[in-house]
Ligand binder design. Structure first.
Ligand SMILES: *Cc1c(COP(=O)(O)O)cnc(C)c1O
Length: 495
């Protein structure tokens, strides 16, 4: 029997894995969750000496049961190839008595590549499987990083097009250059005269335009979404927790069955949820340590049982975690509510209408797998400095938030279990903050120029992705007003 996915807001709304991947969000507004979490039947040791791609197949095939072996292996092999600048895809490094899983060896040197390099292939395979002959058109509004990772994932993938809208004056110079140099005839990058919210609202409006939908269908196109609630992004993220456990076994840092902790720098709650699913598969994980920056909604949630987004939004040096609504948390809420879809719907409605909700005592009692804490801006930079001085290992600010919170956890609890820390971005992506932290900032240099200084100081190779944007030609120059977003899409598709 295949694994079925159900919506968190209506259990009777069911889908196969491929249907859930094509739909993204369920029609009732809920998120698809697997009806149960499959267990891994063999010993973890049996995965030793298997490649990342082989481990990915072992794990993903348990979740994506309507994919044939050939289909899934083809998706995996096309995603995790020489696009990654390390053959082990997600290497594990030891520093500061922890183990860092480096999830930043893909095309945009940050962890979103882990999922977005495979999602396009899962989508086109899902389309074929469901007899969807239309080309898939991805629309994304981005405040910087996700847009580029999605562009890299979909670029050149047959039967797909991708349009990314970003606020013309609202992203960093490096982020803009990364997007404007994007290759691929099926890609379009558009700077809008407006802010991120306007870009996002514009995209939602296009998605819900039924007349446009009909027109597209006639011309052989359907919209889809690549955002982080898609089950096709979540499942590939379970793989690297298993793979890193296996690597620790191979290097005899742990023995089979030994419990470890996992610390994750968290924003939308996708990455840590994947670790939670890995634990439910039977991977020996003890605590899931949820690290927040100064936007500490999740820390407050774990401490009080109240999720409250009514607060000031803080801009930090870890921008990919500057989030007040962690959308993937809904999957955990559904689970701790005893898979009660009515309860889930009520709480999510409260979040929309009042900006907050409180979970029951019974639900709180099911959160003992988690520990939450946060790092201030100062603590984050101090952590980069401390670990650079002690271990000559350079963390980006997101990973430093996690390292700092793990340090707090260890001091608070005395728990000395081996701990994996998800390292979500290369320090080369955030050179300014990193150089400030290690007292080597030079205000006369641009962020790109600082990459050379970072190399001189640390000796860590400059990733090919950074080298490329220094030289790559600009390929996109489309700009538009918010009102014109729809016609830009129509022009691009020639309809
Ligand atoms: C997206 C992102 C995160 C947060 O991950 P979530 O799955 O949204 O919790 C952390 N660090 C970096 C660098 C990211 O890009």
């Amino acid at each position: 029997m295949g694994l079925t996915y159900v919506s968190t807001r209506d259990k009777n709304n069911k889908a196969t894995a491929s249907e859930a991947i094509l739909q993204g969000l369920a029609a009732d507004g809920g998120l698809y969750v697997p009806e149960y979490i499959p267990k891994y039947a063999n010993s973890w040791r049996s995965l030793c000496r298997k490649s990342y791609q082989e481990i990915a197949y072992e794990i993903m095939s348990l979740f994506l049961t309507d994919f044939s072996e050939e289909e899934l292996k083809s998706c995996i092999n096309r995603a995790y190839d020489s696009k990654f600048d390390d053959p082990s895809i997600a290497p594990v490094r030891k520093a500061d008595s922890s183990f860092y899983i480096e999830l930043f060896h893909g095309r945009t040197i940050a962890f979103k590549d882990m999922a977005l390099s495979i999602l396009p292939h899962l989508m086109t395979a899902s389309a074929r499987k469901n007899n969807v002959s239309n080309d898939i058109v991805i629309l994304t509004a981005t405040s910087g990083d996700t847009g580029k990772a999605a562009l890299e994932g979909f670029a050149g993938v047959e039967q797909t097009r991708i349009v990314v809208f970003y606020p013309k004056n609202g992203v960093s110079a490096i982020q803009e250059k990364q997007m404007l140099t994007q290759k691929g005839d099926n890609t379009l990058v558009v700077g809008i005269h407006g802010n991120f919210d306007e870009a996002q609202t514009g995209v939602k409006k296009i998605f819900s335009d039924t007349a446009l939908k009909e027109k597209m269908d006639k011309a052989g196109f359907s919209f889809s979404s690549a955002n982080s609630i898609n089950i096709g992004r979540l499942v590939p993220q379970i793989v690297y927790y298993v793979a890193s456990y296996v690597r620790l076994l191979e290097s005899e840092e742990i023995i089979d069955g030994e419990l470890i902790n996992v610390t994750v720098p968290t924003g939308n709650f996708g990455n840590i949820l994947a670790a939670y699913y890995a634990k439910q598969m039977g991977l020996p994980i003890d605590k899931l340590i949820c690290a927040s920056n100064e936007n500490k909604v999740l820390f407050d949630f774990f401490s009080t049982g109240i999720y409250n987004k009514n607060r000031k939004f803080v801009l930090t040096s870890s921008p990919s975690m500057d989030i007040l609504v962690s959308s993937n948390l809904e999957r955990l809420i559904y689970k701790i509510a005893g898979e009660d879809d009515t309860m889930d719907r009520d709480l999510m409605n409260k979040l929309v209408n009042e900006g907050e909700y409180e979970i029951t005592t019974n639900m709180r009692s099911k959160l003992s797998d988690f520990y939450g804490n946060y790092a201030s801006e100062e603590e984050t930079l101090n952590t980069i400095n401390r670990i650079f001085e002690s271990d000559n290992y350079v963390l980006d600010p997101h990973t430093a938030v996690a390292a700092c919170v793990y340090d707090k956890y260890r001091k608070e609890t005395g728990d000395t279990k081996k701990t994996l820390i998800a390292s979500t971005a290369s320090p080369y992506k955030f050179t300014r903050s990193v150089m400030k932290a290690i007292n080597r900032d030079d205000p006369s240099k641009s962020d790109i120029e600082l990459t050379d200084t970072l190399y001189e100081v640390t000796g860590v190779d400059i990733p090919p992705a950074i080298q490329e944007i220094k030289e790559a030609p600009i390929r996109h120059d489309t700009q538009c007003d918010v009102e014109a977003m729809k016609s830009v899409v129509e022009d691009f598709l020639g309809i």
